[in-house]
Ligand binder design. Structure first.
Ligand SMILES: Cc1ncc(COP(=O)(O)O)c(C=O)c1O
Length: 431
C-alpha cells in the first residue's frame, strides 16, 4: 500500500502511543455555577454550590464545605461515593476493555446477567443505560409479546396516576403526571391511568377491557410521585388480574430495587412475582446502566433486530454493576438497611415530637417519605434548599413530601449528623 510520508506521519502522530492529550484551557478552566446558566439547556435548576468530591456519604463542594448525603444522587449511589469495591472494578475494567457494541458479547455483561438471573425470578436480561430506557424496553416488549401472541388489538397499557417511569415520550406518557407529558404531542396512545392502590378501579378496567390489555406497569411504591407505598392487597390484585387475563405485570423497580427496601428487589417482600422487572439507579451505584429482566418465554418477542442499543451491556458499566451487586446482595448489607430504617424513623419521629412539622412518616428500608403537615404544604423545595445551606443533601417527592434516600451503607455517625442538619433546615425553612 502506498502512503505519502505526510499521511504516514499523520497516522503515527495520532496513534495510541503518540497521542497523549496535550491539555486545553478548558480542561483546567475555573468553573462557577454561573457557567451552568450560560452553557446548559435550562431544564435543570441545580443548587448554587458545585460538588467536587465524595467519600462514603459525605460530599464536598468547591469551597471545601462538607455535606451529608441523604439523597445519593436520587437513589443512585447505593454504596456511597467512591466505594473501594467499585473503584477496584472500574480501574481493572478501564485497563482491560471499555466497549465493543452488541455485535459482540462480553464477559462482564454475562457475569452480571448471571447474577441477576440467579437472584431473581428472571431468566433473561436486557441491558441499557438508564431507567427510562429499561421501561421503554419493557413497554415495547409487552406490546410486541401481546401483538405476536394475540394480535394488534391487544395493546392497552394500564398505568397509575402520579406514576413516574422516565422521560422518553413513551415512558413520560405511561407515567401519570401530566406536567411531564404535556406539550410534546402527539403522545403514544392506548395508555390508561387509574388511581394507585385502587383495587376496584383495576378490577373494573379489566372487566371492561381485559381482552385489550397487554400490560400493567406499577412502581411497588410510588417514589417521585409522593412516596406512596403500594398496599399488598393492591399489588396482589394487579398480579392476579394480569394472570387471569393474560396481561403482563411490569414492576418498575428502578428506585425501589437493588436493596433499597431491605431485599434485593421490593417484590420479594410483597408476595408477588412480576413478568417483567426494570432496574437502574442503584444497579450501577453511580455508573449509568439499566436492565430489563423477564422470562425466557416473554423474551422471545424480542428476536434479533427487534430492539437494541449501542451502549447496553457496556463492559465498564457491567463490571461496576457486578461489583455493586456483590456488595449489596449480602445478608449484612440487606439486614443493615432494615436496621438503618429503624434508626431513621426513630430520629425523624423525635424531630417531629420536638416540633410537629410532618403529618406522616413512611417508607421502607432507606427510602423514606416525610409528608409536611397542613401548615407547611407546598414547602418541600424550601426545606431542600435550607438543607443545602445546613450542609445536607436531601430530595423532594412533589411539593409536600421530603424524600430521604441515602446510601444503603451510610454510617451511624452520618445518619445522626444528617438528621441534626435536617432539623436545622426545617427550623430555618418553616417559619
Ligand atoms: C420509578 C422510576 N422509574 C424510572 C425512572 C427513570 O430513570 P432514569 O432517570 O434513569 O431514566 C425513575 C427516575 O427517577 C424512577 O424513579
Amino acid at each position: 500500500m502506498s502512503l505519502s510520508p505526510a499521511a504516514k506521519a499523520a497516522i503515527a502522530a495520532s496513534s495510541r502511543s503518540e497521542a497523549i492529550a496535550s491539555g486545553s484551557n478548558t480542561a483546567t478552566m475555573p468553573v462557577t455555577r454561573a457557567l451552568f446558566d450560560q452553557l446548559m439547556v435550562p431544564c435543570f435548576a441545580p443548587a448554587q454550590f458545585v460538588p467536587v468530591r465524595g467519600e462514603g456519604s459525605r460530599v464536598w463542594d468547591q469551597a471545601g464545605r462538607m455535606y451529608i448525603d441523604f439523597a445519593s444522587g436520587v437513589a443512585v449511589t447505593a454504596l456511597g461515593h467512591c466505594h473501594p469495591a467499585m473503584v477496584k472494578a472500574i480501574e481493572a475494567q478501564a485497563r482491560t476493555l471499555w466497549h465493543v457494541s452488541n455485535w459482540f458479547t462480553n464477559e462482564p455483561a454475562l457475569r452480571l446477567a448471571q447474577r441477576l438471573v440467579d437472584a431473581t425470578f428472571a431468566e433473561r436480561v436486557f441491558f441499557c443505560n438508564s431507567g427510562a430506557e429499561a421501561n421503554e424496553a419493557a413497554l415495547k416488549l409487552a406490546r410486541r409479546y401481546a401483538h405476536d401472541r394475540f394480535g394488534p388489538h391487544r395493546s392497552r397499557i394500564v398505568s397509575t396516576v402520579n406514576a413516574f417511569h422516565g422521560r422518553t415520550l413513551f415512558t413520560v406518557t405511561a407515567g401519570g403526571q401530566s406536567k411531564y407529558a404535556s406539550g410534546f404531542g402527539p403522545n403514544p396512545t392506548g395508555i390508561t391511568h387509574l388511581r394507585y392502590n385502587d383495587v376496584a378501579a383495576l378490577e373494573a378496567e379489566f372487566a371492561a377491557h381485559g381482552g385489550e390489555i397487554c400490560a400493567v406497569i406499577l412502581e411497588p411504591m410510588q417514589g417521585e410521585g409522593g412516596m406512596t407505598p403500594g398496599t399488598p392487597a393492591y399489588l396482589q390484585a394487579a398480579r392476579r388480574l394480569c394472570s387471569e387475563h393474560g396481561a403482563l405485570l411490569i414492576l418498575d423497580e428502578i428506585q425501589s430495587g437493588m436493596g433499597r427496601t431491605g431485599t434485593l428487589f421490593s417484590y420479594m417482600q410483597k408476595g408477588i412475582v412480576p413478568d417483567i422487572l426494570t432496574s437502574a439507579k442503584g444497579l450501577g451505584g453511580g455508573f449509568p446502566i439499566g436492565a430489563m429482566l423477564t422470562t425466557t418465554e416473554i423474551a422471545t418477542a424480542f428476536s434479533v433486530g427487534v430492539h437494541g442499543t449501542t451502549y447496553g451491556g457496556n463492559p465498564l458499566a457491567c463490571a461496576v454493576a457486578g461489583a455493586v451487586f456483590d456488595v449489596i446482595n449480602t445478608t449484612e448489607v440487606l439486614d443493615g438497611v432494615k436496621a438503618r430504617h429503624a434508626l431513621f424513623m426513630e430520629g425523624l419521629k423525635a424531630i417531629n415530637a420536638r416540633r410537629p412539622v410532618f403529618s406522616d412518616l413512611r417508607g421502607e428500608g432507606v427510602w423514606l417519605g416525610c409528608e409536611l403537615a397542613q401548615a407547611w404544604r407546598g414547602r418541600s423545595l424550601d426545606v431542600m434548599h435550607a438543607a443545602g445551606e445546613a450542609g445536607l443533601l436531601v430530595l423532594v417527592a412533589g411539593p409536600d413530601v421530603l424524600r430521604i434516600a441515602p446510601s444503603l451503607v451510610i454510617s451511624l455517625d452520618e445518619i445522626l449528623e444528617g438528621l441534626a442538619r435536617l432539623e436545622t433546615a426545617l427550623n430555618t425553612a418553616l417559619v
